[in-house]
Design a protein around this ligand. Structure first.
Ligand code: UD1
Ligand code: MG
Length: 476
């Protein structure tokens, strides 16, 4: 059953506890489905444990079980779920997840501590194997142990874990806490779980009581102390969610900076775990990069730019803009204040300037949409220029239609291109035109009333105004 690969081969089972209700989140969404760095709390824990390559993983679910199961299935399709309908304590949850025929080693952890790392879990597995104990408890020292179970020792050896509410005054002063992560020899755990009672302040079967039970049976119980207590910060309310998010943000930014990405202001830069960034990218303050975004070398993002599921080519600059599900070619310049919506594909060296919104639009190499435009459902060729305030009128109130603009086209300012319509290669449109017929290659499309000047009108119709006085002076 054991595979090659050191500690990775030594776990038979992982049990993740996720049946709690998370009432303090005050949310319609189950606690473990809240997100940090673009991924749910439970997915962070499942990902950390997955890399340990246990032979099996079981998750105890309860509150909003169906929703939680869907997420588990996405992240870890081979995981099994066990239902704990009524919250009866961590000991009860583990009891439900085990059967008499299970054997080997089990790692138990909770789904609401998303900062735990595979490295620390692997170190715990290694420590447990070395000690040969019936159980190894992962502990850590915290500056403020309020709320945690305390590690009670006698002559340096763990004797029991006592929960905050059941602890004596002197026990409450202990700073070494139970992280809620353990490894057990399964048969010994199984037998001890039968002996749990509910006679504590919460009337629950505590998993932590197994430690004293094992000790009572003469079994040895080891501890492994982790040095970075922040890995075990749990999330019970939105304030802790924000604290843990910030720690996670720092971790991601630190790793990116060490890999060669410049992050000018790490505290205001939020990057999802799933984002890929090449070296020599520069991220300016106030920038958020989300989802499956992929950024190539030399790009400059921000300040105050949000990208969701975007691909950015080498050397592109995106300034003060919001872009979703778009591709921005190498050397392209976007912003300030552009909104690229889903399906926008900019080739290399395209410019999209201020107050431009685009949707489902392909723009060819070197073309420019510099100011105040809406470009929806369009294909624009190479090196064309779309004049200021041009609107691609794609919606007739019922359906959307496409506009085609060829290569080297000059669209005059304030043109309305009423789709479906096509502007041929090298064509021009006159400023202020409403274009609802195709313009052939090389033609000038004019779609506006011819200007008429009525001479002397102001002097006649606006007598006595400042305009009339100014006009009169000029006439003399
Ligand atoms: C638990 C430990 C405590 C430790 C702390 C670390 C116990 C009794 N106490 O306390 O020593 O310091 O974690 O964070 O174990 N859950 C279920 N079913 C239940 C109860 C809980 O699945 O019936 C799940 C919860 O969803 C959660 C995890 O178990 O993911 C821990 O439960 P929680 O209520 O958060 O325990 P703590 O009070 O934090
Ligand atoms: Mg907790």
């Amino acid at each position: 059953m054991a595979r090659k690969g050191g500690v990775l081969s030594q776990l038979d089972l992982v049990i993740v506890l996720a049946a709690g209700e998370g009432t303090r989140m005050k949310s319609t969404r189950p606690k473990v489905l809240h997100e940090i760095a673009g991924a749910t709390l439970i997915s962070h824990v499942l990902t950390a444990t997955k890399e340990l390559k246990p032979h099996e993983l079981r998750v105890v679910v309860g509150a909003a079980a169906d929703e939680v199961k869907l997420e588990i299935n996405q992240i870890y399709p081979s995981a099994k779920t066990v239902l704990q309908e009524v919250r009866s304590g961590t000991g009860d949850a583990v009891r439900r997840a085990l059967t008499k025929s299970d054997s080997g080693k089990v790692l138990v952890c909770a789904a609401d501590t998303p900062l735990i790392t595979t490295e620390t879990l692997a170190a715990l597995v290694a420590a447990h194997s070395k000690s040969g104990a019936a159980a190894t408890v992962l502990t850590t020292e915290v500056p403020d142990p309020t709320g945690y179970g305390r590690i009670v020792r006698d002559a340096g050896k763990l004797t029991k874990i006592v929960e905050e509410r059941d602890a004596s005054e002197s026990e409450r002063e202990i700073n070494e806490i139970n992280t809620g992560v353990y490894i057990f020899e399964i048969e010994k755990l199984f037998n001890s779980l039968a002996g749990l009672s509910n006679s504590n302040s919460q009337g629950e079967a505590y998993l932590t009581d197994v430690i004293a039970i094992l000790k009572g049976k003469g079994e040895s119980v080891a501890t492994y102390e982790a040095h970075d207590f922040t890995e075990f910060l749990g999330i019970n309310d939105r304030s802790q969610l924000a604290d843990v998010s910030a720690i996670y943000r720092d971790r991601i930014n630190e790793a990116l900076m060490l890999s060669g990405v410049t992050i000018v202001d790490p505290q205001s830069t939020w990057i999802d775990l799933s984002v890929e960034i090449a070296s020599d990218v520069r991220v300016e303050p106030g920038t958020t990069l989300r989802g499956n975004s992929k950024i190539s070398s030399g790009a400059v993002l921000g300040p105050r730019t949000t990208l969701v599921d975007c691909k950015v080519g080498a050397g592109a600059h995106i300034l003060e803009s919001h872009c979703e599900s778009s591709e921005i070619g190498a050397g392209a310049k976007v912003g300030p204040y552009a909104h690229l919506r889903s399906g926008t594909v900019l080739a290399g060296d395209v410019k999209v300037g201020s107050f431009v919104e685009m949707k489902n639009a392909e723009v060819g190499t070197g073309s420019k949409v510099p100011h105040l435009s809406y470009v929806g459902d369009a294909k624009i060729g190479k090196e064309s220029n779309i004049g200021a305030a041009t609107i691609f009128v794609n919606y007739d109130g019922v359906e959307k239609h496409e506009t085609k603009v060829g290569d080297h086209v000059r669209i005059g300012s304030d043109s309305m291109l009423i789709a479906p319509v096509s502007i041929g290669d090298g064509a021009y449109t006159a400023a202020g035109s409403v274009i609802d017929e195709d313009v052939p290659a090389g033609a000038l499309g004019i779609g506006r009333a011819r200007q008429v000047n009525i001479l002397g009108w102001v002097l006649k119709k606006r007598k006595g105004t400042k305009s009339a006085a100014a006009a009169e002076k000029k006439e003399k």
